[in-house]
Design a binder for this molecule. Structure first.
Ligand code: AMP
Ligand code: ZN
Length: 466
């Protein structure tokens, strides 16, 4: 078994081996916590979750870091208009982000460093670059001198001198030698938060944050760095320049990027206003598992067009899996002998599924094998040829699917149990007259598309219909 990943650096699929055998060090660019993440962001985070899960299934230990950008122009501006400190403001969205991760069944990374907690490391990296002449100061801000790093542009394949592809320019950049030079440290502006440091007062640039935190937590050379394709330039190009200029070592061995979630031909984004959050979809009655399934069903390097019809199809596919799981469990109670014919087919399907995932995480191919097997299981059950070995083999395939896709067929039952337990906690809160807590639980359930009805017979719940 060899894993093969498409490396943006070489634009090729390459065999993947971690630098330290058995341990994969993975850095995934995280959210700027100024608002709720949208499902476009979650396409990227879910694919990264699948990558992590597949690496683990294939026997690797994974150390994953995801940064939380809790200081930038947007967080500062929004905190100010909300009349909150930066910390109080961002904490809300950090909490909301983790709630969303849980709702989608995304496994926790090992580290979630916040930029504001890494100021000393960031300053040290700026100092290192200053000493080597890659960074210069101008009116209290510090800039990376692109002309000092000959490999600039290798990842994005852009010509540094031409200025082409300048897609995301920091709005607060003052005096630079070259317009392409980028800020690694920003001088304070009126009324904005800043840190007093050895290089003077100010706050970190976004790119710097990722270089400093990734190298601090994962080492100066690590295995995989991911993000959406919009991160390739300038964010990841700049991370490479800062990190390699400072250490003289290769920064990252495999760069992987996910294509975008698209709406009517355009990237889903906050600025275009064409976005949906998990809360929006839950309020319309959609199941988080269906969102997860939909976002993972297309290969990560292909753009995925969002439609409600697509989401309903995902829901229908999941229902087929849930129904199948129910039927299998019923059959398990009355097995017909040893069996074995279906077991052999299931083994083949499992090999096909894993081979597709090994090959640059081809989820669409893997699901193809799974749904072939769904048909085959039904026909084995229809014809009464479902024995003990068949059951074991089928469970193994569904188990592998569950561990990589993070969706357990038949799991709806567990979800129902969670809802029942939330309802119990709400009734207890009401009994002790803690109405705030009771309302919070009710709103939380509503946020997940669950409506409560207080009836004389007790509390009933139903899913909001889509
Ligand atoms: P941002 O908060 O814009 O830095 O985005 C956080 C992560 O979500 C980055 O990895 C982006 O590349 C990714 N992302 C943003 N918009 C989309 C989208 N429409 N589809 C897929 N990924 C996205
Ligand atoms: Zn980053």
């Amino acid at each position: 078994m060899t894993l093969r990943f498409h490396n943006t650096l070489t634009r090729r699929e390459e065999a993947f081996e971690p630098l330290r055998p058995g341990e994969v060090r993975l850095y995934t660019c995280g959210p700027t916590v100024y608002d709720h993440a949208h499902i476009g962001n979650f396409r990227t985070y879910l694919w990264e979750d699948l990558l992590r899960r597949h690496l683990k299934l294939r026997g690797h230990r994974v150390t994953q870091v995801m940064n939380l950008t809790d200081v930038d122009d947007k967080t500062i501006a929004n905190a100010r208009s909300a009349g909150l400190t930066l910390e109080d403001y961002t904490r809300r969205y950090i909490d909301a982000f983790f709630e969303d991760l849980d709702a989608l069944g995304i496994e926790r990374a090992e580290h979630y460093p916040r930029a504001t907690a890494f100021i000393p490391e960031i300053v040290r990296l700026v100092q290192r670059l200053l000493q080597k002449g890659h960074v210069y100061e101008s009116r209290g801000s510090f800039y990376f001198k692109i002309s000092s790093f000959p490999h600039y542009g290798r990842l994005s394949r852009l010509d540094a001198a031409s200025g082409a592809g300048q897609s995301r320019i920091d709005s607060d950049e003052y005096d630079k030698d070259n317009p392409r030079d980028f800020a690694v440290w920003k001088a304070p502006r009126d009324g904005e938060p800043f840190w007093q440091t050895e290089i003077g007062p100010g706050r970190p640039g976004w790119h710097m944050e990722c270089s400093a935190m990734s190298m601090h937590l994962l080492g100066e050379t690590f295995d995989i760095h991911t993000g959406g394709v919009d991160n390739i330039f300038p964010h990841h190009e700049n991370e490479i320049a800062q990190s390699e200029a400072a250490t003289g070592k290769p920064f990252v061995r495999y760069w992987m990027h996910a294509a975008h979630l698209i709406v009517d031909g355009e990237k889903m984004s906050k600025s275009k206003g064409n976005y949906l959050t998990l809360r929006d979809l839950a309020a319309r009655g959609y199941d988080m598992r269906a969102i997860r399934f939909m976002l993972l069903s297309v290969h990560y390097r292909k753009p995925l067009n969002f439609t409600f019809e697509g989401l309903s199809q995902a829901q229908a596919a999941l229902t087929r899996l849930d129904d199948l799981a129910g039927r299998i469990e019923q059959a398990a109670a009355g097995l017909q002998g040893e069996g074995g014919a279906l077991a052999a087919t299931a083994g083949e399907r499992l090999r096909g599924m894993l081979a597709d995932l090994d090959s640059d995480l081809n989820t669409a191919g893997a699901l193809g094998h799974l749904f072939e097997l769904v048909r085959e299981i039904h026909s084995a059950l229809d014809s009464g040829q479902f024995g003990r070995r068949d059951l074991e083999a089928v469970r193994e395939v569904l188990g592998a699917f569950a561990s990589v896709f993070g969706i357990r067929p038949g799991q709806r039952v567990d979800l129902d149990a969670e809802i029942e337990s939330a309802i119990r906690r709400r009734s207890e809160a009401r009994a002790r007259r803690d109405f705030d807590e009771a309302d919070r639980i009710r709103d939380d359930l509503l946020g997940h598309g669950i409506v409560l009805e207080d009836t004389p017979q007790g509390v009933r719940w139903k899913r909001k219909s889509a």
